[in-house]
Design a protein around this ligand. Structure first.
Ligand code: ITT
Length: 200
């Protein structure tokens, strides 16, 4: 299902994700292209289903650019809040908030929760769409807990308040290499690469 020249467009406008896609997929035979060359491309409005959102972004890019496209839809789910912010992670708290505002809002909403009630996970659905052809999808997750205050300056989004399971570290305290070994995105992409290979 891959182009002979391995070209794939990364259908995301999130710079943090672009870096991670590139690092995770390096050496796996893809020639990754960013969206910078296609500023006119816009994505469909996102809904409340990770899988459909990921496919929608990849399909829009694949059709527009005429080459296979890769996209993810991801989020942070807190058990005690019934999975919130979940599929709404990028939109949590409304449009006026940036990453820092969203993490502060989540800490505030969780200020009464302790111990096991702070359990959470990052989830990621990745979709690979070939124009006029097939769609492959995979999911990955990374378990952890919500810390009581932000720590670390690496990564993006909710990384400073996400405590990685089995460690005393926030995701934002891991090196890029460490995050890309254990993250929800890495796990989803590992599974997707197997599916792409199996389809060839
Ligand atoms: P694109 O749709 O352009 O890819 P986006 O940021 O809007 O970018 P999503 O709709 O998938 O992407 O939103 C996912 C949000 O979940 C993202 O903005 C972060 O706030 C959060 N998130 C996802 N993966 C994360 C990670 O690895 N570390 C920290 N936060 C993450």
């Amino acid at each position: 299902m891959r182009n002979a020249n391995g070209q794939v467009v990364l259908a995301t406008s999130n710079a943090g994700k672009v870096k991670e896609f590139q690092a995770i997929l390096s050496g796996r035979g893809f020639d990754l292209r960013g969206l910078g060359e296609f500023p006119e491309l816009s994505f469909p409005e996102e809904g409340d289903d990770y899988e459909a959102n990921a496919i929608g972004k990849a399909r829009a890019a694949a059709l527009h650019v005429g080459m296979p496209a890769l996209a993810d839809d991801s989020g942070l789910e807190v058990d005690a809040l019934d999975g919130i912010p979940g599929v709404y992670s990028a939109r949590f708290g409304g449009e006026g908030l940036d990453d820092r505002g969203r993490t502060e809002l989540l800490l505030e909403r969780m200020s009464h929760l302790e111990g096991e009630d702070r359990r959470a996970r990052f989830v990621c659905w990745v979709a690979y769409v070939v124009p006029g052809g097939g769609v492959l999808v995979s999911r990955g997750e990374c378990p952890g807990r919500i810390l009581t205050e932000p720590r670390g300056a690496r990564g993006f989004g909710y990384d400073p308040i996400f405590g990685v399971e089995g460690t005393d570290l926030a995701m934002a305290e891991l090196s890029a290499q460490e995050k890309n070994r254990i993250s929800h995105r890495a796990r989803a992409l590992d599974a997707l690469c197997e599916r792409i290979a199996a389809s060839q």
